[in-house]
Design a protein around this ligand. Structure first.
Ligand code: 2P0
Length: 344
């Protein structure tokens, strides 16, 4: 038996991915950009074992057995095995490893955060699984496109720091890969606060929500063609210059536009709750009171907030949050994939 355990971090999109041009290859309508959070506070951990003794492949997520026939999972297995054959035949290194490709796989994965509450759990999960499988089967080179086959945003969790997922142009998806834009050491003062408003499962899964938006939202078309390409360039400049004001404004506008697209979808999709909207209002009021932008919010396909701010403002913002939001269940403070700190 061969066994390996990997951990992979959550990534939070600043420029959002919403909509696919190919549902099987998971090719997006637009490029996106994210920051990778510290894997100590929010991460998926996956153990993969392969053995000639296993009579079938099996998978458990947070101790509950899952259906292994899931087409996305099967696509990932198929792609990993094809690349493994290619890698070993190039290196003239078949034999043992090639034999292993026919063995059954057991996967055991767990998250240390709510699984379906819009905290990118599938991203961390698939990124982790692909890293573990690639290690076991000796696949090297670009593998973010394999993670993408499991869940689009998973390709961004293959790197730390600031990461762009280039939408690519090829029909086979070979150029739709993640690339690091800047390392976590580039902007060490930047912090993220994750406010867990609820750990309930979301009503509309991202995949289904995206399909509905692609079919019905006019705003999504304008966004993809005219807005996102500029925003990607702008946010990369803001990151390069460590310009927090600009970074914060683009981040909040992106989040607002994602949720505007969701409301423009017919029938509309609502991920934000009353508490989410109160968090947004508080951020705007706080920034106004300070006379400059100190905090930015972003929300994905769920009501939980991610706030971005600089290290010096963390104590003040945390006490404000604690004062106004008793319903917030938990709050994780995270470096951008940097050294671990204590969770308050
Ligand atoms: C993102 N989200 O860029 C956007 C923002 C949610 C809102 O990527 O269908 O779980 O598996 O590719 O990656 C969530 O979508 O969807 C997501 P699939 P995924 O992070």
């Amino acid at each position: 038996m061969h066994i390996v355990t990997c951990a992979a971090p959550v990534n939070i999109a600043i420029v959002k991915y919403w909509g696919k041009r190919d549902e099987t290859l998971m090719l997006p309508l637009n490029s996106s950009l994210s920051v990778t959070l510290n894997p100590v506070q929010l991460r998926a951990k996956t153990t993969v074992a392969i053995s000639r003794e296993f009579d079938k492949s099996r998978m458990w997520l947070n101790s509950v057995e899952q259906n292994i026939d899931n087409p996305r999972l099967q696509n990932v297995f198929r792609e990993i095995k094809q690349r493994a054959y290619r890698c070993h035949s190039e290196k003239n290194n078949c034999g043992n490893r090639e034999d292993m490709l026919n063995w059954h796989i057991h996967i055991c994965s767990e998250n240390n955060f709510p699984t379906s509450a819009g905290l990118a759990s599938s991203a961390a999960g698939y990124s982790c699984l692909v890293s573990a499988l690639a290690y076991l089967f000796g696949v090297d080179g670009e593998i973010s496109d394999i993670a993408r086959l499991g869940s689009g945003s998973a390709c961004r969790s293959m790197y730390g720091g600031f990461v762009e997922w280039d939408m690519g142009r090829c029909n086979d998806g070979s150029d739709s890969v993640a690339r690091p834009v800047a390392s976590n050491e580039h902007w060490p003062e930047l912090r993220a606060l994750i406010l867990v408003v609820t750990d309930d499962n979301k009503k509309t899964k991202s995949t289904e929500g995206m399909q509905k938006s692609v079919n019905t939202s006019e705003l999504l078309k304008t966004r993809v063609e005219r807005i996102v390409p500029h925003r990607i360039n702008e946010i990369k400049e803001a990151i390069r210059d460590k310009d927090f004001d600009r970074f914060a404004e683009i981040t909040m506008k992106e989040s607002n536009q994602l949720h505007a697209v969701c409301l423009d979808t017919f029938p509309p999709i609502e991920y934000l709750t009353e508490v989410s909207r109160r968090i947004m209002n508080l951020v705007h009021r706080f920034n106004k009171l300070c006379g400059r932008t100190k905090v930015a919010y972003t929300f994905d396909a769920g009501p939980n907030a991610c706030l971005f701010l600089l290290e010096e403002d963390v104590p003040r913002v945390l006490s404000l949050i604690r004062h106004f939001f008793r319903p917030v269940n938990s709050c994780f403070e995270s470096f951008i994939h940097g050294l671990p700190i204590e969770v308050p």
